[in-house]
Design a protein around this ligand. Structure first.
Ligand SMILES: [Zn+2]
Length: 285
């Protein structure tokens, strides 16, 4: 019987699929007890007064999509229920209920509570750039990193049971800037501006991605390519597809691109360190 447990804490409904769906599906299939916590309701942007009900409906739609995706990946879903903040400069960021405006102590407490209950050996969250500088991703990195440390400290959040717990690994999601450079080259070739990409033309691909030596863990998910695709497709309101799918024929993507990469934050790993399993060296406990 396995006693391996993994907890991924991510900002939005769809980050679990588009971002690290291959890794989550693989560990769930290999018998790891996978837990997926999503901080926000995924309702980005703002609406005119009198139309708040459409946001309530969108939140319900996105929650259903998330449940469907998590069922495909195989895992238990936890939601924090914060209001989605927008991208940099979005008026939604001024909303008092926006995730990025949440009471930090309370938000860290949510992380501590999950870690002390689930007792995961491995915790995953966004990296300090949030991948593409999304404020929700960065705030999620901040509270998860703080919660990771606080969960093991009996003097912090003594009111949250059942007992302090020290996970053995903390990973940040991250992708190579080498791939980003290929994408920006391909985008330019296709007449697209890599500095103004994405649905809202507000993503600058030239400033994102991680230096390859800092990507310590490389997880092969070729066998779970279809699971990741199906989980992503569940997020129909978000387009439901992987952004890169138009750039290369799928058999080539599956053969050469079915790897998700992570920075090992705890215990810290030196540049150039390479592992192929998030549970490498982890002791069942
Ligand atoms: Zn996100």
């Amino acid at each position: 019987m396995t006693s391996r447990r993994l907890l991924a804490i991510l900002a939005h409904p769809d980050d679990e699929s588009f971002g690290i769906g291959g890794t989550l599906a693989r560990y769930a299939d290999e018998g790891v007890d996978v837990h997926i916590a999503i901080a926000t309701d995924g309702v980005a942007g703002s609406v005119a007064a009198g139309y708040e009900h459409t946001l309530v409906e969108l939140a319900a739609v996105r929650h259903k999509e998330l449940e469907e995706a998590v069922a495909v990946l195989g895992g238990a879903l936890h939601t924090f229920g914060y209001r989605d903040s927008g991208y940099i400069g979005d008026p939604a960021n001024q909303h008092p209920d926006a995730f990025i405006n949440a009471d930090e102590r309370q938000a860290i407490g949510r992380v501590v509570e999950l870690i002390r209950h689930i007792r995961p050996q491995v915790v995953i969250t966004h990296d300090e750039t949030g991948g593409y500088y999304h404020p929700d991703h960065i705030f999620c990195w901040k509270i998860t990193s703080a919660g990771f440390a606080a969960a093991a400290d009996a003097t912090q959040y003594p009111e949250i049971g059942p007992a302090p717990y020290q996970p053995q690994r903390l990973y940040y999601t991250g992708f190579s800037n080498r791939m980003v450079k290929v994408f920006t080259w391909l985008m330019r070739l296709r007449g697209q501006d890599p500095k103004r990409a994405g649905r809202n033309k507000d993503i600058d691909w030239t400033r994102i991605g991680i230096e390859p030596p800092r990507l310590h863990a490389h997880i092969d998910y070729r066998r779970y390519w279809d699971a990741k695709r199906t989980a992503g497709a569940a997020h129909a309101s978000q387009g439901g597809g992987m952004a890169r799918s138009r750039l290369l024929p799928e058999p080539l993507q599956r053969r050469y691109m079915a790897t998700e990469t992570f920075i090992r934050a705890y215990p810290p790993a030196p540049d150039g360190f390479r592992e192929h399993d998030l549970f490498a060296g982890v002791v069942d406990s």
